[in-house]
Design a protein around this ligand. Structure first.
Ligand SMILES: Cc1cc2nc3c(=O)[nH]c(=O)nc-3n(C[C@H](O)[C@H](O)[C@H](O)COP(=O)(O)O)c2cc1C
Length: 191
């Protein structure tokens, strides 16, 4: 039973720039599976490297667009790999840009759902903890609930699509929590 108020609009980022990225594959699969209940616009993390000198009147256009897209959304979905037990630099860089101006970040109070992936059985759990720590500092609204940590991800993706059904259900349930928190829908999965 869909109790629809309005279709939610989310933005998504994958913490990897790799063409055949598993993180991107998970993100685009979620976008496709959730298409009926939400739109998920995938943003590019190819932003300039953060410098406070460039943040202000001279903020790069790509950063302005990035912030604007987050601001206009009902929430954010992050799917990240783990690099050296932490979050990849491209993701941290983007979050640092989005965290400013201090006290007026578009992420303050914004519902954010983070997921991590890894070909290892550990599923990027350390990166997951780290991204939540950063989101806490930014005062984003972290979606609570069971952590979506996708281990052995290479075996769960075929031709760029997340094909593991139980994993898919688990991730979509988390997306459903994001939808509920964002207030766009009262619920989308059957009660
Ligand atoms: C620089 C670097 C560091 C990595 N460190 C870790 C790590 O700490 N833990 C882990 O599970 N995998 C690690 N990996 C393997 C990644 O999980 C793997 O390459 C993954 O596929 C990257 O995500 P993607 O498929 O979205 O590009 C690392 C990979 C790279 C390139």
């Amino acid at each position: 039973m869909h109790n629809r108020v309005a279709k939610a609009h989310f933005v998504g980022v994958a913490g990897s720039l790799r063409k055949a990225s598993y993180s991107s594959a998970v993100l685009s699969s979620l976008r496709d599976h959730a298409a009926e209940m939400a739109t998920l616009e995938i943003l590019d993390l190819r932003l300039p490297l953060y410098s406070e000198d460039d943040d202000g009147a001279a903020t790069p256009e790509a950063v302005r667009d990035f912030r604007q897209a987050i601001g206009a959304s009902d929430g954010v979905v992050i799917v990240t790999p783990e690099y050296n037990h932490g979050i990849p630099g491209v993701l941290k860089n983007a979050l640092d840009w989005a965290s400013r101006p201090f006290g007026r970040s578009v992420l303050i109070g914004k519902p954010v759902l983070a997921m991590s992936v890894s070909p290892a059985f550990t599923g990027g759990v350390r990166a997951h903890a780290q991204v939540n720590e950063t989101l806490l500092a930014i005062q984003a609204r972290i979606v609570p609930g069971p952590q979506v940590v996708i281990g052995s991800v290479a075996e769960k993706i075929r031709d760029g699509i997340l094909v593991d059904e139980s994993c898919q259900r688990f991730a979509l349930a988390a997306l459903d929590r994001l939808i509920k928190i964002s207030g766009s829908l009262e619920g989308s999965l059957p009660a």
